[in-house]
Write a protein of this length. Structure first.
Length: 304
């Protein structure tokens, strides 16, 4: 898989320099009037899913039959490279994270195409948890002076969104939040959501911020009990990753492309790619990602 990543990254780099040509055209006016005969789609690889490649190929074939065009589907290694390829008109559809959606819109003028319904019953949001024996901590303000665990500085639900909420709700300095004895006694990065949860259960950390969907999965697996941790706060729903599309493609084609995604119902595909037969594509809207821009401004960060 590492070689696939490297090869895809080299190909995307070539796309950004115009070495490889698809339906992309740096002349927007010409692109808008030319009939689309081929599109290039890039999404991030899934190293933990051995069936992903096969099911993606099935999806590609289904799209070609439905739209009557040639579809080239690639795996990317870096969002930033794909965004630059889209900016140059050499890439048509790109799967991006919520953070990268903000950058794709800003840098490449990308338009939202589709996202997915949530996996499972729990919405995708961050929850702040404490041990069940801690009955005194009831609000985010009560976390002051406690040992706290984020997941990883690169994690949306395990760091960026909960940090943004803490900063906004408690009027904290984002540059100082991780400093010992500024607000928390100490801040640790556990590396994984389940590690943070287990750390709170075992008493390694007094509190943590984790993806809420992780807790019921650990309960179902018998690793923890339903009441081992207590939720004292939560973020707004975090938008799922979404596919974005080049804005200068013909509107009629973009509508047909979106309708293909919305009508797609291959349960094997959704089970393999998203872990549930019940997942489906739904329309993505720019306003769904406003929370991301707010977070970026709060934390004074920019996606590279």
């Amino acid at each position: 898989m590492k070689n696939v990543k490297i090869a895809a990254l080299m190909l995307l780099s070539a796309l950004t320099m115009g070495i490889v040509s698809g339906c992309g055209n740096t002349d927007s006016a010409a692109s808008a009037t030319k009939e689309v005969e081929k599109i290039t789609i890039v999404q991030m690889p899934d190293e933990n899913n051995p069936d992903a490649g096969t099911k993606n190929n099935d999806f590609k074939n289904d799209m070609e039959k439905a739209l009557g065009i040639k579809v080239e589907e690639l795996e990317g290694a870096e969002y930033s490279v794909g965004i630059e390829a889209m900016k140059s008109g050499k890439l048509d559809v790109l799967l991006v994270s919520p953070m990268s959606y903000y950058q794709a819109r800003k840098v490449a003028g990308a338009e939202p195409l589709v996202t997915t319904t949530s996996m499972g019953e729990e919405p995708y949001k961050t929850v702040f948890i404490v041990n069940k024996n801690d009955q005194a901590t009831k609000t985010l303000a009560d976390l002051k002076g406690k040992t706290f665990a984020f997941v990883d500085p690169a994690s949306s639900s395990g760091y960026m969104f909960p940090k943004s909420m803490l900063v906004n709700t408690l009027d904290l300095d984002p540059d100082k939040l991780e400093n010992p004895d500024y607000f928390f006694k100490t801040v640790t990065y556990s590396g994984k959501h389940d590690s943070s949860i287990m750390g709170v259960v075992k008493g390694d950390y007094e509190a943590a911020a984790v993806a809420g969907q992780t807790i019921p999965s650990l309960v179902e697996a018998g690793i923890i009990k339903d009441d081992d941790v207590r939720i004292i706060g939560e973020t707004e729903v975090i938008p799922n990753a979404c596919f974005v599309v080049r804005a200068d493609l013909p509107q009629e084609f973009k509508d047909k492309l979106k309708n293909f995604y919305l009508d797609y119902s291959n349960t094997d595909y959704f089970k393999a790619l998203y872990g549930s037969e019940d997942v489906r594509f739904i329309e993505a809207k720019d306003e769904d990602y406003a929370i991301v821009e707010e977070m970026v401004n709060t934390l004074k960060i920019e996606e590279e």
